[in-house]
Write a new protein. Structure first.
Lengths: 122, 431
């Protein structure tokens, strides 16, 4: 069976560690990237089955990355789970408009993120 | 419109209201009763010292006798009427109401002022929730810490076979994030607490720094020898600096203060200034940049300048955000909105290293003129491959005399009466 791969783009090291642990235990290979300005290249290079993308990243917003992601042929269909500390309606609407597959606000539960990842790319 | 009573009629009205006999009032004011009678029937002009004596004897503000207070009240009531045309107030009779029922008129005027104040508070709070970077960053930090704590503790709590190395790692992460969360909450509480204090308008970190600088009159004598070792103590003793962000701003400010003081000690500034040297001449002879001289001039007390007039100073970054504010009487600096785009401060920003010198007159204040000098500098803190960081400074002085051409500027659009201004961003509240 082919290994399923998630690329986690997040800049908080302890959140990275927790998500990596949870998903690894479920059989996912988790790669990580923390810099917004080079995130798009990282996604295109690694071609993951799913991208978990934080909104507030150093140097570039997750929204901008998502916009470019959906504009590129090779990543147009890649499932993207957006993570954000801002759960306002307008944030959710913006994420949907830009093509996010799912939108999750912090703090989320481990079960919630695991279920969503399985649903989107399992 | 019914004409408001004249001063004499007002005196008569107040006297009768207080049941004072004409002869008794005349005696108290050291004039004859017949003369007071002529005054009360508006057959003699009255003003100055006699008006003050009569007002004192009647226990009333002279402004009420002269009618000035009524005009003022009528103007404020008119503003209230304009805000609520649906009530169909008789606007042409505002002055009459102010004359006949001054108590009610004062109540309406006071309520109008209170409504305006509350509107400004609401506007400010709305602006903060949308644009306050401190509030936004604090909430982001707090939620990130909570997310990590929640995930890590759930992993540990689920039991099962978690290797000791991972257990230790998650315990450490929870400890780190709980500390981070505590700091974020302390900062946030301090920030919100400061908003409930006496300072009107609340507390962005820059506001806290500004309030502190006002309290020390922009002068830090302990740093005048250029020794920066006391900065930590100075900041920790400044009660108004309640948040970490405000303390950080203050520390940065004081570090530059100490550097400036070492580069240009006050005696090297005051003596040439007394001999008539200009700011640029001082900069040249001391071998320092012009903004250093500007900042040093701004810490001078009025009695240390040759003509007893203090200096005002304002600075901005490349976005036009004001980063330093030392106002001068008559030259107000906006707190919450953007400044007038015609300030030479912003002209200088467009032409780095080129001094911009001008004489300004503040709109709405014909008598107030100011000589200003502005200069912008560009630095590359991350090396020439990194981004350029611009900063502009504008020194402000009162202009003596009313001669010569001036450039008309305002404080900010919202409170500027120049309706025809080509640079206007939004309507004025005065129009």
């Amino acid at each position: 069976m082919q290994e399923r791969r998630v690329l986690l783009i997040e800049d908080e090291p302890n959140i990275i560690e927790a998500i990596r642990f949870i998903l690894s235990r479920d059989g996912w290979r988790v790669d990580t990237h923390s810099d917004g300005s080079t995130a798009l290249e990282a996604i295109q290079r690694r071609a993951p089955d799913l991208v978990i993308l934080d909104v507030m990243l150093p140097n570039r917003s997750g929204y901008d990355i998502l916009h470019d992601l959906r504009g590129a042929e090779e990543t147009r269909e890649t499932p993207v789970l957006m993570l954000t500390a801002r759960g306002q309606k307008k944030d959710r609407e913006l994420a949907e408009k830009l093509g996010a597959s799912r939108f999750m606000t912090k703090p989320f539960s481990n079960g919630e993120i695991l279920e969503t990842v399985r649903e989107l790319a399992g | 419109m019914e004409r408001a009573p004249l001063t004499g009629s007002r005196i008569r009205s107040y006297r009768l209201e207080r049941a004072i006999r004409q002869s008794d009032l005349a005696e108290a004011c050291e004039i004859s009763a017949s003369y007071l009678n002529l005054i009360e029937h508006n057959r003699r002009r009255i003003g100055g010292a006699l008006l003050v004596r009569i007002a004192k004897a009647l226990d009333v503000d002279p402004a009420y006798l002269s009618g000035v207070a009524e005009v003022r009240l009528a103007t404020e009531m008119d503003a209230a009427a304009e805000a609520h045309p649906e009530a169909s107030p008789e606007r042409s009779r505002a002055e009459e109401l102010a004359t006949r029922f001054p108590g009610w008129a004062r109540l309406i005027a006071r309520q109008q002022r209170e409504v305006r104040r509350l509107e400004q508070v609401i506007e400010r709070l709305g602006d903060r929730l949308t644009h306050d970077p401190f509030l936004s960053a604090s909430m982001h930090n707090a939620l990130s810490s909570v997310t990590s704590i929640r995930s890590s503790s759930a992993i540990l709590n689920q039991g099962g076979d978690i290797e000791p190395e991972w257990q230790a790692r998650f315990h450490r992460n929870i400890f780190e994030d709980s500390q981070r969360l505590t700091e974020a909450m302390e900062d946030l509480v301090g920030y919100l607490d400061a908003d409930g204090g006496d300072a009107p308008g609340g507390s962005l970190p820059q506001d806290d720094l500004d309030r502190w600088l006002v309290s020390v009159n922009w002068r830090i004598d302990a740093l005048e020898d250029g020794d920066a070792s006391q900065i930590g103590q100075i900041v920790s003793e400044a009660e108004v600096l309640t948040t970490r962000a405000a303390r950080h701003l203050a520390t940065t400010y004081l570090e530059r203060y100490a550097t400036d003081a070492a580069a240009l000690p006050l005696p090297q500034l005051v003596e040439p200034l007394a001999a008539g040297a200009t700011a640029s001449q001082v900069a040249q002879s001391a071998g320092v940049d012009l903004p250093v001289v500007f900042r040093r001039l701004a810490v001078l007390r009025a009695d240390e300048t040759p003509d007893g007039e203090p200096y005002g100073l304002v600075a901005c970054d490349a976005s036009g955000t004001l980063t330093y504010r030392k106002p001068l009487s008559g030259f107000d600096l906006p707190r919450y909105s953007a400044a007038c785009p015609f300030w030479p401060l912003f002209t200088a920003l467009q032409r780095p290293m080129t001094p911009v010198i001008d004489t300004l007159s503040m709109s709405g204040r014909e008598e107030a003129r100011f000589d200003v000098q502005a200069l912008a500098q560009v630095s590359y803190p991350a090396g020439f491959d990194g981004p350029a960081v611009s900063e502009a400074w504008m020194l402000i002085r009162s202009h003596l005399g009313d001669d010569g051409r001036t450039t008309r500027v305002g404080t900010s659009c919202r409170i500027c009466p120049e309706t025809a201004c080509v640079g206007r961003r939004e309507p004025s509240v005065f129009v």
